[in-house]
Design a protein around this ligand. Sequence first.
Ligand code: ATP
Length: 468
Amino acid sequence: MNYNSNICCVHLGLDDFDLLKYGCTTHLATYVLNELPKKIGNVFLIDYPNLVRLNPSIPWKTRGNGAIAIRFCTKCDQLENAENVLLIVESIVDKYIDSMTKEFDLVTPDFEPGLVIATNVSSELTWIYEKALTDVIIFDDYLKKKFEERGIIFSQRYSGRGVIGALAAIAWFYKEDDYTYELLTYRSKKFYGTKRCVDENSVKVFDSITKNSTFNNYDYNEKRVLITPRGFDPVLYGVRGETPSDVKKALSIIKTCEPVVAWTIFRSNQATDAHAMQRSVSDLKPFRTGKAKIVIGSKPYRIRGGAVIIKAFDGTGEIVLVFFKPSQLNRIAEKLSVGDLVEVQGHVKKWNELAVFHVEKMVVLKTLREFICTSPTCPQCGSKMSKKGFGKGYKCEKCGYVDFNPKLTCKEKPRQVESKMYLPPLHAQKHLIKPLARYSKEKKFTPRLVQLIAVSETTNIIEPLQFL
Ligand code: ATP
């Protein structure tokens, strides 16, 4: 907690607060960030608020399995102790929930919010982030006690399943991994549920001005704006990029015909492939994420709905791969042949009792050469010979001559699949997938180099009465 002699820091984790049709945890985080200075006094951050995406295969996620960490500091005497901080944060969250439920009265039955506070975070915690990102965590009292022994404080009021995501988000800090930023802007509550109105041309202008430092703003092939979500959530648009200053440019460039009532810039593991840990086939258990180098073991088979299914194997076992139609990877999968070597990235789901790997990205590493051979002519009578089946050679039907090993004239068949990386179209890329535009832009977060950031640089509620 003690950052230097006078300044004390707290890591706050939040998840699963999307209790309302129109709510989302980033919206709550924006409110908390803006309220903290009012309750605590002069508050600084040691990092932009974090939007940490976790395992996309978790069956009970609402949307993108995102959790939040806010890391704030102030003079030690203003904080008193961690329990006091928890009470302050809980009161802010209570007020948020009260206002939202009064206004909208749409509480969902599986409300599982989690609020966690940590004053002493270290790299020893990163395992919970790694596991929450790539596997399933069963959070029991034993595990909870272990964290409590390390000084982590769990809210009693907000102690649902969300504590897993909240802890994982806190733990991401020490992972020292690649990262990006996202500016999220929020809608006036008057507009909730209506179609979002963002000027397409201004999105293209923003894209061209920030070309090398932001990504996935606009799909020029499909002439489609990519920054607006489709659901009921309160986000108007979100732009992703490499630095806070680049994503912030959206506020002055992108034009909307409904007001932006608030914005927050998050640091995030989005668009980094963080979940794609290298695994062998035997390690691809249900609900895990990862990538595996694998040999195609069966002919591609198209099922109803357009998805393509292929069996594949490595030295440790066999698994069924599925390539879905929206990813357009199904079209490439159909061109694969038995013996091709590929690296597939995605996550494992259960189809009844069968573990099936849902492919979200694929690198074709090596394609087998394929040949078309013409039947030989009979050396006795000159007629075309015909194949008699595997290992049985060729036979001339006219004169009965049999040759077990004739000289064949063969031509190499052009393969319709290249050795390269294949990704879904931009609109079908999930949060964690690293887009092509980010290759070679990877960077590494270094916790010991953090500097204090003013809250106002990271967030602003412009119209409080329209925000909550
Ligand atoms: P929103 O973006 O609106 O917050 P969401 O898609 O992030 O919604 P949540 O409603 O937060 O989804 O639900 C995800 C739940 O799953 C949270 O309670 C989180 O703690 C939990 N969770 C996340 N990852 C794991 C994991 N690997 N194992 C077990 N539980 C997990």
